[in-house]
Ligand binder design. Structure first.
Ligand SMILES: [Zn+2]
Length: 143
């Protein structure tokens, strides 16, 4: 089982029962998406790990075996597409790569690489790392 990390936000909202506390709001959770340079997430004793906020494990259904954990933020690209027509929030970043990244911990997350603008800028299997950004979504850069 992964080590349980008690973040200040989690301590402030310590539950009466169970290992995971609910944030006040979804916005608060996403504001705390990372902390101290690490990605916050959740892990279950069955091995399931996610960066998505959960109170119950979607794999085994357990509510009592879910705890907070952190992810290194490193992994490899397993799929991607170059976006030349962006959503409004990415209008100043296009083109960019929308990518699925398998983190070292085994969890697959979606994110984007603002510096991958041409097919030769990225390939399947490239090692990437998450980078803190003021922009929305999970921003990755090539190692
Ligand atoms: Zn589980």
């Amino acid at each position: 089982m992964a080590a349980q990390v008690q973040t200040p936000a989690a301590q402030a909202h310590a539950p009466a029962t169970g290992p995971v506390s609910a944030p006040h709001s979804v916005g608060e959770f996403y504001k705390g998406y990372e902390e101290d340079g690490k990605l916050r997430g959740y892990a279950c004793a069955c091995g399931y790990k996610t960066l998505t906020y959960i109170l119950q494990c979607p794999r085994c259904g357990s509510k009592k075996d879910v705890s907070e954990t952190t992810f290194k933020g490193t992994g490899e690209v397993i799929a991607y597409s170059l976006q030349n027509v962006p959503a409004d929030e990415f209008v100043n970043d296009a083109p960019y790569a929308y990518a699925l990244v398998r983190l070292e911990e085994g969890t697959v997350v979606s994110g984007w690489l603002p510096n991958a603008k041409r097919p030769e800028d990225l390939k399947i299997g490239d090692k990437v790392h998450w980078t803190k950004s003021y922009k929305i979504g999970m921003v990755f850069e090539k190692d």
